[in-house]
Design a protein around this ligand. Sequence first.
Ligand SMILES: [Mn+2]
Length: 406
Amino acid sequence: MVKFIHAADLHMDRSFEGLTILDENIQERLLKANLTVLSNIVDQAVMNHVDFVLFAGDNFHQNRPSLKIQKHFSEQMYRLKQKNIQVYMIFGNHDFYQRERYWFDFPDNVHLFTSESVETKKFSISSGETLAISGFSYCHPWIREEKVSEFPNRAAVDYHIGLYHGEVGTQMQGNYAPFLPSRMQEKGYDYWALGHIHVPMAMNESKNIVYPGAPQGHTQKEKTATSVLLVELSANQSQLKPLEVAEVYWKSQEVSLQHAKSTKDILDIVQQQLPAEMSKFNLIELKIKDYEHLSMEVVERIQTGELLDYLSEEITQFSSNLFVWRISIMNSESKTRIPLTASTKLMDQLFENYQIPQDFHQILHEAFGHQEAAKLLNDLPDYQEQTLEKAKELLKQDFLFEEARE
Ligand SMILES: [Mn+2]
């Protein structure tokens, strides 16, 4: 039997996105959380007596990780070395590998894949069983080729594992090493340790082609990104167990103002509906509903951020693990939206045009033609996706789509 931890997408130097009001204490706490997540993974590796740890890419959010993060990373790897735990690591599209970026040596228990060509490392573990791990790294922010076909067939070992940072797609139809899970399955490996998608998910029925998800969510969309996987492989089966390692949890909570008789009741009601004390730090979005019987002033004070401003301070005083980062209004019928005689389907179709990276680039050709701007934009691989999402959100906020009547 072999036992290991499969982690991916730590994005250790990524900031927590969407938070606008932040006092210094909280900012510092969030930065520290990123480092603690790695220590938590190492703690779990030691506690569970694993044979090795796999990092499936994007450990760092940028391909120029800060010296502070590098030092912390190498210290934590050293902790694993002292317990005789090996580390196998590839680099992803965010932390694409360039040797000169690393000022700290990785201890010798860390085995890096540094080439865009698939390499295989063979070794044996303390039980005497033999292993092969095949993988590749990004040396650029994009890989457009399908890479599975470059992987060797199963070697004559007890366990063969593939390390792969990428997303589902077909040859040249994506920027992140597009692959088909069925092709991976054909290789006959025992396990494929995937990285890139931050939501935990298995890509095949037998659950041995798997994204563990990011161990720490950095945006409100990454609520399920809280863990790494403890994997046990034996002759004919694999067993996966998620281990919670996140330090910061994103939550959203609906708050009904149904029982508020006047605006004066609102503050009390909101505070009463907040969750009780929690052991980890929670970033909470409050979604206000059933407020229509109250005056327009409620909506105004929420929309201007005044209520948020007040509450975030109030709440930090009675709970140190709670931070309200956004207060939004549910089904905001009160906000007048401009009616458009167009279906949302039409909008979706229009958006499809902008999904094509070349077309998106074309619109922004002036920006991409500017040396400094292009550098900045290329450092944001999710730029297109995020821009389109935001645009969609704004359109839905401002317009009311009405089907054309025949
Ligand atoms: Mn990635």
